[in-house]
Design a protein around this ligand. Structure first.
Ligand SMILES: O=C(O)C[C@@H](Cc1ccccc1)[C@H](O)SCc1ccccc1
Ligand code: NI
Length: 181
């Protein structure tokens, strides 16, 4: 099972790489890894397992955070209507998004960043994501609210972007100029 020791931390160059596409169909190795990433998120949100294995709660996890620069991420997050969005995505792509933006009032965190970073991280309020799922389906899904923020945070990881790169007046370590999505 994945634990915090498997998650690479900022400063590791893999977090600044642009990940490469996953072959189609994904290999068994890639499928196993994505499944383990989704399992990590579920474990990290289970109080007993999280305490037993000292897991930080996560709603998203991207393969580069495990040192694997491949275009795949997992998400496991409940939206404001209590709907659970639990997926493993291969080769995810934002195919459209709202002009309207949103953000988390308390800013964002990251499993690869062991420090508090203050500041607003602007995100698109709504988006459409095209991807291949762990269930081997090509899907186009719409996200809004917290799930949409998680998707953008994870897609950024696949492009070597950290959340603080998007904070307007951030002047801390590891800053990088950001491309628009
Ligand atoms: O490092 C990661 O990618 C996991 C991040 C993803 C994330 C952070 C902030 C905002 C959206 C996504 C977190 O550990 S997930 C935990 C979390 C969940 C909701 C809000 C903030 C943090
Ligand atoms: Ni992150």
């Amino acid at each position: 099972m994945i634990t915090m020791k498997d998650i690479v931390r900022e400063g590791n160059p893999v977090l600044r790489e642009v990940s490469r596409s996953v072959e189609n169909p994904p290999s068994n190795e890639d499928r196993e890894l994505l499944k383990k990433m989704l399992d990590f998120l579920m474990n990290s949100q289970d109080p007993d397992i999280a305490e037993k294995y000292d897991l930080r709660p996560g709603s998203g996890l991207a393969a580069p955070q495990l040192g694997v620069p491949k275009r795949m991420f997992a998400m496991h997050v409940t939206d404001e209507r209590e709907r659970l969005h639990s997926y493993g995505f291969f080769n995810p792509r934002i195919i459209s998004h709202s002009l309207e933006e949103t953000h988390l009032e308390n800013g964002e965190g990251c499993l690869s960043v062991d420090r508090e970073v203050e500041g607003i991280v602007p995100r698109y309020a709504r988006l459409k994501l095209k991807a291949r799922t762990l269930e081997d389906e090509e899907v186009v899904l719409r996200f809004r609210g917290l799930p949409a923020i998680v998707v953008q945070h994870e897609i950024d990881h696949l492009n070597g972007v950290m959340f603080y790169d998007r904070i307007e007046d951030y002047s801390g370590p590891y800053k990088k100029t950001v491309p628009t999505i």
